[in-house]
Design a binder for this molecule. Structure first.
Ligand SMILES: [Zn+2]
Length: 162
């Protein structure tokens, strides 16, 4: 079995809740699962760039009545100033490189001042979900980093973690 065969698939509904559905793919949307993590799906778009691999872009919107937390101390009593959309790499869906468009709130915390909201599935400043980062790290334990990068179509070198 090749590494590619072992890829774990995620359905839309479970992409943000951490429940893998190995080899299975649901085309129906189940925003309720996402709402548990504070977001709902607005749009799912599959793109085929002329050069390069297919991409799936999932646009999210904050669910109703979501409590925002300070990204520094975790306090829940913060004011939301505005939101900024961050493009975040998620585990691949079938053959497609997958990205989330996540509207992150800029909050003002009484203790820390301005910061970006904390999300349980995203490290501060991260450009990839925790699941994606863990997946890369797991493969890197058994494969050379260049192969891992190739598998996930990651660019090595500068530009990482900015
Ligand atoms: Zn704080």
């Amino acid at each position: 079995m090749t590494v590619r065969d072992k890829r774990v698939m995620w359905c839309h509904a479970h992409a943000l809740t951490g429940k893998p559905r190995v080899g299975a793919w649901r085309t129906t949307r189940s925003p309720r699962c996402l709402a548990a993590d504070g977001f709902e799906i607005v749009k799912v778009q599959r793109e085929h760039p002329a050069s390069g691999s297919p991409q799936v872009v999932i646009e999210l919107t904050p669910g109703p009545a979501v409590a925002r937390r300070c990204g520094r101390c975790g306090a829940g009593t913060v004011e939301v100033h505005d939101t900024t959309v961050r493009r975040i790499r998620e585990l691949p869906i079938l053959d497609a490189e997958t990205w989330l468009l996540v509207p992150l709130a800029r909050v003002r915390c009484p203790a820390c001042g301005p910061s970006t909201e904390a999300l349980p599935w995203l490290e501060r400043y991260a450009r990839m979900t925790k699941r994606f980062a863990e997946s890369v790290a797991r493969l890197a334990q058994v494969l050379p980093i260049t192969e891992v990068a190739d598998h996930f179509r990651l660019k090595l070198g500068h530009g990482q973690g900015d």
